[in-house]
Design a protein. Structure first.
Length: 147
C-alpha cells in the first residue's frame, strides 16, 4: 500500500513514473563570441557625447540610467562588435598526424561517394572507413597498454 495520495484510480507514484527523464550532460558549444577589437578613444567620445546631451538632462533616475544603459550597449555594438569564434574539439592523445591524414582521405571518399552514388565509389569509401576504424583501434589500444 502506497503512502502517496491517490488520484483517480491510480496513486501518484504510478502516475509520475512515466515522467522521469534521464538528463545527459550538455555538449560544450562549438563556438563562442568574443570581441574583434575595440576603438577605445571613439568609444569614450561616443559615451561622453551621450552623457553630455541626454542623461544629465533627465529628471528621473530610472529614465536616466535606462538611457545610459542603452547608449552603452549601442556604443559597444558600434565600436566593439562581437565575433563568433569556432572552438576546435579536443584531439584524443592517440590520434597522430598520420591518422588524421587517413581520416581526411576517408572524408574525401565520403564526399565523392555521396555526390556520385556509384557503387564502386561507395565501396571505396566503406573500405576507407574500415581502415580508419582499424587504425584508430590499434592506436587507442597501444596508447592504453603503454600508458
Amino acid at each position: 500500500m502506497s503512502i502517496l495520495p491517490t488520484l483517480g484510480t491510480r496513486n501518484l507514484a504510478e502516475r509520475c513514473r512515466h515522467d522521469i527523464r534521464v538528463l545527459r550532460p550538455q555538449k560544450p558549444p562549438s563556438s563562442k563570441t568574443g570581441l574583434i577589437s575595440i576603438n577605445i578613444e571613439a568609444f569614450k567620445k561616443c559615451i561622453q557625447l551621450h552623457l553630455a546631451s541626454s542623461c544629465l538632462s533627465q529628471t528621473s533616475l530610472e529614465t536616466s540610467t535606462e538611457d545610459w544603459r542603452k547608449s552603452i550597449i549601442a556604443a559597444l555594438d558600434t565600436y566593439a562588435p562581437l565575433k563568433s569564434i569556432k572552438i576546435s574539439s579536443q584531439q584524443k592523445p592517440w590520434t597522430t598526424p598520420e591518422i588524421r591524414k587517413v581520416m581526411v582521405q576517408r572524408d574525401k571518399a565520403y564526399k565523392s561517394a555521396t555526390q556520385s552514388g556509384i557503387s564502386s565509389v561507395i565501396e571505396r569509401f566503406r573500405a576507407q572507413r574500415g581502415r580508419v576504424c582499424n587504425v584508430l583501434n590499434i592506436a587507442k589500444n597501444n596508447y592504453y597498454t603503454h600508458k
